[in-house]
Write a protein that binds this ligand. Structure first.
Ligand code: NAI
Length: 293
């Protein structure tokens, strides 16, 4: 039984969807949870304290311990306030689940530069700011954990350049913070979730017909939460990894290097001639994570 008694966990974007499922599961397992949510609509506007407060009420009604925060992860004061809430109320931070996110579809040609910036601000900068504010507490914890949230869109999906690129930045953050955290016992991983949420409904035009209805019925957020809970626990045995988690299916996502070719007299023509060999996946190896010994 992975128990979280005496653990303090911050979950961002926990007023709804996958974040709410993380918060409920962790509180059920004994964690004191900071339920953070800006409470806005899917593109981040019209903030409201309601969603965070209502998840705290659900947790307390079930006998758990939680505190609400309606701060934005995307600005430094908001991120500092989220961590300050954890420390003021519970005295420590053992894990951060960076889950807050915004969403919309858009053709690359049509998206204003400000949209790219908004997606970077909430997804990447938000994950960075909360992790950075919590870092001294995570290193002091002895088993500090960061669980970031990426997406299959990171590997490329139609009309998601703004969203997928911001998630790609979180992948780089995850890998590099895993290295920075290793000397302190801090483990940093990411989940690429799939669940029927309000966000997914906006993705419907980019997905095969019927996907949203199927996910609503068979892939609730509660089926993602166990993966994040494991990665947030002191017993987590991995760092720098990304896990797909959807509908009870869990798998590892890796960036690989192929054996490729070596030719000291390389020319563009040789690349052209041997492109199939260069890209062949036979004997490909996951990119190495150079953890300090
Ligand atoms: P959701 O829209 O139900 O929940 C996201 C929550 O984040 C919302 O309650 C929202 O108010 C909050 N939020 C937005 N901006 C914030 C900010 N600046 N500060 C604090 N909170 C903020 O969406 P869902 O589906 O639960 O998404 C959770 C995470 O999972 C997101 O990072 C999303 O990108 C990711 N994801 C979800 C997938 C899915 O299938 N639902 C697929 C791939 C990734």
């Amino acid at each position: 039984m992975l128990d979280f008694t005496d653990h303090v966990v911050i979950v961002t974007g926990a007023g709804r969807g996958i974040g709410r499922a993380y918060a409920r599961l962790l509180a059920d397992r004994g964690a004191a949870v900071v339920v953070n949510d800006l409470g806005g609509d899917t593109d981040g506007h019209h903030a409201s304290g309601g969603p965070a407060a209502s998840v705290v009420a659900e947790i307390e009604a079930a006998g758990g311990t939680a505190v609400a925060s309606a701060d934005s992860v995307a600005d430094p004061e908001g991120a500092a306030a989220i961590v300050a809430t954890a420390v003021a109320r519970f005295g420590r931070v053992d894990a951060v689940i960076n889950n807050a996110g915004i969403y919309r579809l858009g053709r690359f040609e049509d998206l204003a530069l400000e949209v790219f910036q908004d997606f970077i601000d909430v997804h990447y900068t938000g994950s960075l700011l909360v992790s950075r504010a919590a870092w001294p507490h995570l290193t002091a914890s002895g088993h500090g954990r960061i669980v970031n949230t990426v997406s299959a869109a990171m590997t490329g999906q139609p009309d998601m350049a703004h969203y997928g690129a911001a998630k790609g930045a979180i992948y780089g953050l995850t890998r590099n913070l895993a290295i920075a955290g290793a000397p302190h016992g801090v483990k940093v991983n990411a989940v690429a979730p799939g669940a029927g949420t309000r966000m997914l409904r906006l993705a419907a035009p980019a997905l095969p017909p019927g996907t949203v209805e199927f996910m609503d019925e068979h892939m609730p957020p509660e089926m993602v939460a166990p993966m994040g809970a494991y990665l947030a626990h002191a017993d987590c045995a991995v760092t720098g990894e990304v896990f797909n988690a959807a509908g009870g299916h869990v798998s590892r996502m890796v960036v690989v290097n192929t054996p490729g070719i070596h030719d000291p007299k390389l020319t563009p023509e040789i690349v052209a001639e041997r492109i199939d060999e260069i890209t062949a996946l036979d004997d490909a190896q996951p990119a190495e994570l150079p953890l300090p010994a």
